[in-house]
Design a protein around this ligand. Sequence first.
Ligand SMILES: NC(=O)c1ccc[n+]([C@@H]2O[C@H](COP(=O)([O-])OP(=O)(O)OC[C@H]3O[C@@H](n4cnc5c(N)ncnc54)[C@H](O)[C@@H]3O)[C@@H](O)[C@H]2O)c1
Length: 251
Amino acid sequence: MAFSGTTAIVTGGAMGLGLAITEALTARGTKVAIFDIAAEPVQAQVARLNENGAAVTGHVVDVSDRAQVESAVSKVRAELGPVLMLVNNAGIEQFGKFTEITDEQWDRVMAVNLRGPFICTQAVLPDMLDARWGRIVNISSSSAQGGQARMAAYVSSKAGVIGLTKSLALELGPKGITVNTIPPGMVVTPMLEKAIAEGRFTASLEHFASITPVRRAGRPEDIANAAIFLCQDESSYITGQVIGVNGGRRT
Ligand SMILES: NC(=O)c1ccc[n+]([C@@H]2O[C@H](COP(=O)([O-])OP(=O)(O)OC[C@H]3O[C@@H](n4cnc5c(N)ncnc54)[C@H](O)[C@@H]3O)[C@@H](O)[C@H]2O)c1
């Protein structure tokens, strides 16, 4: 199975890591459907990528909503063919003292970060099962490996993504489908820039870079390169893995 001509869905593909993964896939000839809740960035990026010759469609979808996901997956199948690659990347953060997290905040983070991958994977799985080939890459977080104060809901959801990945890898391995997770370290994206601007972290990005073994913050391409590695046909013996892309921090 080659990248060229295959169809992928990248959730949260309108910016940040998802956009870099979309660009890396389209550069290899993969047809990509972006599922993202942010309408304007989706339209802008799809127009830009199509102008550059990429086969990309955009779908304004909340990944936590089963009806929206299923309807968009049907459209993708009709327009681009069966979906054999899925990158569950869409995610939201939530900051605050543990004692102040509301039920609504907890539920929303779980709905987007954990129920989203659950729903999206169920929706595309029939195509992968038919083809007896599939690649699922879930984006978790290095915070799930070490914990993060004032981010209990987010970290719990991302730890759930690691558990989902490992369980699915066991269930889907015999069907030719691999399932892996990338827990990124700090990568400069709109999400990280917003958190820094809001003063969510105790130290600056420069400080985090200085305590990272490779002495820099992550770039979206760092995560995209790992996602491409996991999606390639040659990675068929790699499944259920947690592939840290974090400059050596929290490994
Ligand atoms: N940037 C980092 O340092 C970092 C570190 C660890 C993990 N992550 C994870 O990587 C993923 C991407 O992060 P990013 O930094 O690119 O974030 P980002 O905020 O820059 O981009 C996230 C994208 O997801 C979309 N999105 C949010 N909620 C959605 C929903 N309900 N349905 C569909 N789309 C939705 C947003 O519109 C946006 O386009 C997230 O899951 C995040 O938790 C990021």
